[in-house]
Design a protein around this ligand. Sequence first.
Ligand code: ADP
Ligand code: ADP
Ligand code: ZN
Length: 210
Amino acid sequence: MSQPKVLLLGPPGAGKGTQSSNVVDEYGVDHVTTGDALRANKDMETDHGTPREYMEAGELVPDPVVNEIVKAALEEADGFVLDGYPRNLSQAEYLDDITDLDLVALLEVDREELIARLTGRRVCDGCGTNYHVEFQPPAQEGVCDDCGGELVQRDDDTEETVKDRLDVFDENTQPVVDFYDEAGRLVRVDGHGTPDEVWASLREEIEAST
Ligand code: ADP
Ligand code: ADP
Ligand code: ZN
């Protein structure tokens, strides 16, 4: 069987990063995530300025910058789990031109829960693993279980920027969800359970799609 090509859609905080790690562990595919790629290149000069200016305001980085990142990453991948892209219709159309997806899964979580997840999120500055101060705490406070790295809060995980990001999702990315839905390509996954429960549902959908 060839490696699955999975697109994970969902608002900020829905658990895309957390579930992507499960997909990678299970299938050995590449994790392609524009958020991490942009954070690693925040001060890169582009024709549109640096990613930092947009990210700190919770706004979308211009399409040409992210399209190029995704194209390069998908060219190198056999299977992949794509997370954080596409975030508007023009990115979704671009993606259809460059690859065929096996599964488009939407992680559904309500807004109140998203705010609680994002404001409590902590990320390892060594290996990028996600934690949550309450829902997924590390064994020792502030220290990564996997690599011993320091757990930090992202600049954009403050309550104010979180609300802006959720509004950007409703305005720009909801049309992407509708685009796949209207084409009969969208599978909805309830994102409210424990990470293991959500993974069991997602895994079933991946198995059914390949
Ligand atoms: P996304 O990549 O969609 O923004 P993350 O995977 O980073 O989402 O998850 C956001 C936060 O919520 C993290 O702090 C993570 O530990 C936590 N989280 C992820 N999945 C769940 C879940 N099923 N239940 C509770 N908290 C979760
Ligand atoms: P989250 O994990 O909370 O969903 P991400 O890490 O995916 O957030 O994205 C963080 C920020 O990076 C976004 O607020 C946006 O500024 C930028 N970004 C990430 N992916 C894209 C994309 N596909 N298009 C435009 N901007 C993006
Ligand atoms: Zn770590």
